[in-house]
Structure formats: structure tokens, C-alpha cells
Design a protein around this ligand. Structure first.
Ligand SMILES: [Zn+2]
Length: 424
């Protein structure tokens, strides 16, 4: 009885193999020039392939300069099948727009002559999914639109070691963190002006998908930073067709001098963590400037537009750059690891232009930037310099700004309240 059962089973496998081989040869003919496999060959391989291979799944990632076709052939797919899949895919998504790092979810079988793809899926853009599926032996492509809905979103959190890491932890996308830090860096010293425990809110226009996840940030609209009893509030406002950032009084936040002449986003706060061997915290007549503890090599930025007066080795300052700005201001940057090529006495520099990298040349015990501000020949506390606003709203524009500001603050409160209700 058992023997008979076994024979039936073998017979079943034999038919299954015939069906698979006949099936694939018949169906392939519409798509490729695959030679048809004769029943004789099918019979002879029936002993080699004992059963229908199972469907496996994995995710493949496109390397830089790679293509769908190459990705598949290197995975073991035949050149011909890889080309068919690639062609079906490109009907909906041009290969040129694919970026390295793009992932492809695939379902496949391992056959004697290589890997056979059952289906491939990718989401090359935030609003479209593309899939290629084997239907009757042919690869057929399909695109699916993902519905995105405009929304207004508020991110909020506390600063721990740095604004950047804390904001990322609060779910803020890195590009938005950088933008918020950039606008804040005109008015806040990102190391000494922010204390651990500071709170921030970021309001933006965004797009969300059907699952309610934010998939794209469209516009930073408001950022607030509350620290040391000080509240910094910055609004984006469209005036004369141009979006600019303003403080709550309608003054442009873009000032003649930066408070933080380094990539503000990544600086650690003084009282937080990670600032080791931080030399001197504040300004004094003896110290003449403020120190920013930062990793060696961190780009040092020109605080404002100006002209280089001196640069190079200068005693205890080590490698230094000194810039003369408008309004009688000068800024000095000390202990630099290196000074960028092109930075020479007489060179014109613009605000945020990279002067060199943070180092510990001269008398420094650890990597840090020594930053001085000189006004009409006298050293002043860089943390007290606000610089001049480059633009101020007046008249009708200021009135519109005021209305927008009230509306924005109302939205922030409402969104936070709604979130709190949802969380309950
Ligand atoms: Zn110093």
C-alpha cells in the first residue's frame, strides 16, 4: 500500500515537472526567444528536480551607478529575464531617476539554471509604487499611485546633548533640523546660549500618506526655542513673492553676523554631554572671546560678509583668520586645524563661507574654535552681539505678518492639543 502511494507521489511529481517546463516554455514565447524545452528533456530532468521550488523573498539594494538589470543578474537572474523585468519596470519609472540605495522587494524561486523572479516591488518616489509580476510567464509592470494629503505638523522636544540629535529623536527629518538650526544660528549661540532641557517646537507644512505618516516636509513655518527664560520665535513669511524668516517683531533673522560660526545643528550644548576638555565657557577681558568645543575638522564659517585682514600663524591663536565686516565689526577665529585655500589677506568672504576647520593649534588643550568679535577696535562679548537685521517689515507687510503670526501660534496650540487628545 505504501509502495503504491509512493509510486503515485512520484508520478505526481513527474507530471508537475512536465507542467512546469511545458508551461514556462509556452508562456515565454511571447516575451523572449527562450528555446522551447522538449518533453524528452523534461522527462530526463524529472529525476533531478524532485519538487516545485518554494517561493523565497528578499530585498535587494541598488548600488551607486547600478541598474535594475545588473542588480538582478548579479543575484543570479538570467540576462534575458533581467532585461525583461527591467523593461517592464522602466515603463513606469525611468532608470535615470533611480537613486543608489533604492530597495527592491522581490519574491523568487531558485531553479537549476538560476533565479526566477516571481515579482519585484519598489517605491521609487513618495507617491508611487512600481511592481513587476510574472503573469503567464511574462513580466508585466504596474504602477500604483499613493495618496498623499497636505497636513500641518508640529514636532516638539527637549534639547539634551545637542539640538540636532534631540530633534532627530523627536522625529524631525534631518533636512528640517538643519534648516531650523540655520535660521536660529543668527540669533542663538548654539553652545552657550542653549541649556540642556531647552524646549523646541517646529511647525511645518507636510504631506502624509494613508497610514498617517509624514512622508514629505514642504515648508518650515515656525520654530521656537525656549531656553534660560528666553524665548526665540522665528516665522517664515512670504513678502513680495519671497519667503524669508522673521523674529516675532518682524525683523529678518538674517543678521550681519552669525551668533554661531559653525554648523549649529551638530554642536553640543555646554552643560550637556560630549563637550570634553572644554576650555573656557564665557567671555572675559582676559579671554576676549568665546570658545566652541567641536570635533576636530568641523567647518568654521565666516560670521558675516567681509574681507580677510589677516590669516596664518599668530602666537597662542595658532592658525587664525581675521575678517573685517561693515559697521566697524571684526571677527577672529583661532586654533584652526587648517585654513582653506583661497583664504588670504584681501579676499572677500561671504557669510557662512567655510574658512577652515576646528583644531587645537597654538595654546589649546583640546579641539575648539576661539571666536572673537571686535567693534571699533574693542573686544566685545560675541554672545551679546545681535548684529544688524538685514531687513525689517513695515506698513502693510508688517500688518499681514502680525495676522499670520497670530494664526500660526493658534495652529501650534490647536495641533498640540489634538495630539494630546489622540495620545489619551
Ligand atoms: Zn578661547
Amino acid at each position: 500500500m505504501q509502495g503504491l502511494h509512493l509510486r503515485y507521489k512520484r508520478l505526481g511529481t513527474f507530471f508537475a515537472v512536465i507542467v512546469v517546463l511545458f508551461g514556462s516554455s509556452r508562456l515565454y514565447k511571447y516575451c523572449s526567444s527562450n528555446p522551447t524545452i522538449s518533453p524528452e528533456i523534461a522527462t530526463s530532468v524529472s529525476n533531478i528536480i524532485p519538487k516545485e521550488p518554494e517561493i523565497l523573498e528578499t530585498t535587494l539594494t541598488l548600488g551607486s551607478g547600478g541598474s535594475v538589470q545588473k542588480l538582478l543578474t548579479s543575484f543570479g537572474v538570467t540576462k534575458e529575464a533581467a532585461l525583461q523585468i527591467s523593461n517592464a519596470f522602466s515603463q513606469y519609472q525611468s532608470h535615470r531617476t533611480l537613486k543608489s540605495g533604492q530597495s527592491f522587494y522581490i519574491r523568487y524561486k531558485k531553479l537549476e539554471d538560476g533565479v526566477q523572479i516571481e515579482s519585484l516591488q519598489a517605491q521609487p518616489s513618495i507617491d508611487q509604487k512600481v511592481s513587476v509580476t510574472m503573469i503567464d510567464g511574462c513580466y508585466v509592470g504596474k504602477a500604483e499611485k499613493i495618496n498623499l494629503t497636505p497636513t500641518v505638523h508640529v514636532f516638539e522636544g527637549n534639547v539634551r546633548s545637542s539640538f540636532y540629535s534631540s530633534a532627530l529623536k523627536a522625529g524631525v527629518p534631518s533636512k528640517l533640523v538643519q534648516e531650523a538650526a540655520d535660521v536660529l544660528s543668527y540669533v542663538v549661540n548654539f553652545q552657550h546660549g542653549i541649556k540642556a532641557g531647552a524646549t523646541f517646537k517646529i511647525l511645518c507644512n507636510a504631506l502624509k500618506n494613508d497610514q498617517g505618516n509624514i512622508v514629505k516636509i514642504e515648508q518650515l513655518r515656525f520654530v521656537s526655542l525656549h531656553t534660560n527664560g528666553q524665548r526665540h520665535e522665528i516665522y517664515s513669511f512670504k513678502d513680495n513673492g519671497k519667503i524669508r524668516f522673521f523674529d516675532s517683531n518682524g525683523n529678518s533673522v538674517v543678521r550681519s553676523l552669525l551668533q554661531t560660526p559653525l554648523n549649529a545643528a551638530k554642536l553640543c550644548v555646554t552643560s550637556g554631554f560630549g563637550v570634553r576638555r572644554h576650555p573656557i565657557h564665557g567671555f572675559s577681558h582676559k579671554h576676549k572671546g568665546v570658545d566652541f568645543g567641536a570635533a576636530s575638522g568641523t567647518p568654521v564659517l565666516a560670521a558675516g560678509d567681509g574681507r580677510v585682514v589677516s590669516c596664518g600663524w599668530y602666537g597662542g591663536y595658532g592658525n587664525h583668520v581675521k575678517i573685517r565686516h561693515e559697521g566697524g565689526y571684526e571677527t577672529l577665529y583661532g586654533h584652526l586645524k587648517y585654513i582653506n585655500k583661497g583664504i588670504r589677506p584681501g579676499t572677500h568672504v561671504s557669510q557662512r563661507q567655510v574658512l577652515g576647520g576646528v583644531g587645537m593649534t597654538g595654546s589649546a588643550t583640546g579641539p575648539h574654535l576661539h571666536f572673537e568679535v571686535i567693534l571699533n577696535g574693542r573686544h566685545i562679548n560675541p554672545m551679546k552681539v545681535q548684529g544688524l537685521p538685514t531687513f525689517k517689515l513695515t506698513g502693510g507687510s508688517l500688518k499681514k505678518f502680525e495676522a499670520m503670526k497670530q494664526q500660526t501660534l493658534k495652529e501650534v496650540v490647536e495641533i498640540i492639543q489634538t495630539k494630546a487628545v489622540v495620545a489619551e
